[in-house]
Every structure is written in structure tokens, then in C-alpha cells.
Design a protein around this ligand. Structure first.
Ligand SMILES: NC(=O)c1ccc[n+]([C@@H]2O[C@H](COP(=O)([O-])OP(=O)(O)OC[C@H]3O[C@@H](n4cnc5c(N)ncnc54)[C@H](OP(=O)(O)O)[C@@H]3O)[C@@H](O)[C@H]2O)c1
Length: 190
């Protein structure tokens, strides 16, 4: 959400680190973090809630330090991140998927329906490995390739964004077996 210039404070409180290492040790609350000065082609956003993702601990360890801005650094890189909710809308609105199924816990099933999901699945009650229906395309945001492969049709596709590609490839080969048709080899966009 863009903030109006009159409501922008000069400083905020934030959890930040000033060195790379174990985030549990480096993260400190700082009450005097200066609001970034933006250039003409940049936008300052007010973040109300931020997701914490694996990318945050990787950044904190310095894995991407060649491209990092100067310290202090606040985790919450994705801001208020929801890959799955975006993919549901892309599948329905852009790619015209006839049927979209998605998993969430009980309290979020209505949100899935509002986003356009035809088949909301409560993962606390149903096991997706045992669903009678199989799908043309499975988009795995959990890094659980084994379960994704159980839900895809033969010659369907699996994309995983959260798990190691190597592990997914091994599972795929085990699943496919000698001489079977199987789904296309899983790919990763991570
Ligand atoms: N490759 C990339 O570019 C990229 C970018 C951003 C994020 N990621 C990674 O993608 C992953 C997910 O990102 P996100 O935070 O945006 O999540 P998301 O896809 O928006 O949400 C995850 C969904 O999975 C559901 N879920 C949780 N546990 C489950 C289980 N055991 N079985 C079935 N469904 C389950 C959640 O339900 P509830 O919320 O109800 O529990 C939620 O609906 C993270 O690991 C993140 O690091 C990758």
C-alpha cells in the first residue's frame, strides 16, 4: 500500500541484522531504523504484515551478499508473499483452467473458493495422495514432490518451487519405473 507523504515517519522500529550469520543470533530489535530515501523511479511501500520464507534465512547467512543492499537488513523479503493464491488466479483467469483444486487448512477453504478454486481440499482432513481424481498439472509450493506425483495424471506435469530439484528427479524416476509412460519430468522454477 502506498503511503501518502504526510504520513511517512522518519524512523521506524524493525527487527534487523547488521552482519551475516545465524539469524537467531544476529536479529535484533532496533527502534531507530531510518526510512529509506527513494529515487524518482522507486516506490516506498508500507508493509502491514510480512511473510517469512526460506529465502530470509538464506539472505541472513549471506548467500546472496553480492547483490544485497548495505546493512541493516530486515527479513520479510517477499513482503506478504502467497505464491499459491497467485497461481490459482493465473490458472483460472489467464490460462482458463476448467477445474482448479487447491489445498489449505479448514479456515481458508472459503478464501480458496473466492479465488476461483473449484475443488478446495482441507489437508488436515484429506490425504491428497489418496484423491480419486488426478490432475493435468500440479504446482507444488510445499516441496513435497512425492505427494505431487501421486496427484498428477500420466503425461501431466509437476512443478515444485520449494524442494530441491535433485530429490524431485530421484522421486520421479522411482515413480516412473522401467518402461512406464508416467508424467513429464518435474521441473523447478526456484
Ligand atoms: N520459487 C519461487 O520463486 C518462490 C517464491 C516465493 C516463495 N517460494 C516458496 O514457496 C513456498 C510456499 O510459499 P507461500 O508462502 O507463498 O505459500 P502459499 O502457496 O501461498 O501457501 C501454501 C499453501 O499450502 C497449504 N499447506 C500448508 N501445509 C500443507 C500440507 N501439509 N498439505 C497441503 N497443503 C498445505 C497452506 O494452507 P494453510 O495456509 O491453511 O496452512 C497454503 O494454502 C515457500 O517455501 C516459499 O519459500 C518460492
Amino acid at each position: 500500500m502506498a503511503a501518502s507523504t504526510t504520513s511517512i515517519p522518519s524512523q521506524i522500529k524493525a527487527w534487523v541484522y547488521n552482519e551475516y550469520g545465524n539469524i537467531e543470533e544476529t536479529l535484533k530489535l532496533d527502534s531507530n531504523i531510518a526510512i529509506p530515501q527513494i529515487k524518482d523511479d522507486e516506490v516506498l511501500i508500507k508493509v502491514v504484515a510480512a511473510a517469512l520464507n526460506p529465502v530470509d534465512y538464506k539472505r541472513a547467512r549471506g548467500i546472496f551478499k553480492a547483490n544485497e543492499p548495505p546493512f541493516p537488513t530486515a527479513p520479510g523479503y517477499d513482503v506478504a508473499g502467497g505464491v499459491g493464491s497467485l497461481v490459482i488466479q493465473l490458472a483460472k483467469q489467464v490460462f482458463g483452467a476448467s477445474k482448479v483444486a487447491a489445498t489449505a487448512s479448514t479456515g481458508k477453504l472459503e478464501l480458496l473458493r473466492e479465488l476461483g478454486v473449484n475443488l478446495p481440499i482441507d489437508y488436515t482432513k484429506e490425504n491428497i495422495k489418496e484423491l480419486p481424481e488426478k490432475f493435468d498439472f500440479v504446482y507444488d509450493t510445499l516441496g513435497q514432490s512425492e505427494r505431487a506425483l501421486k496427484a498428477v495424471k500420466e503425461e501431466g506435469e509437476v512443478i515444485t518451487i520449494a524442494g530441491p530439484v535433485r530429490e524431485t528427479e530421484i522421486l520421479f524416476r522411482e515413480w516412473q519405473g522401467e518402461g512406464s509412460v508416467g508424467p513429464k519430468e518435474p521441473s523447478s522454477i526456484f
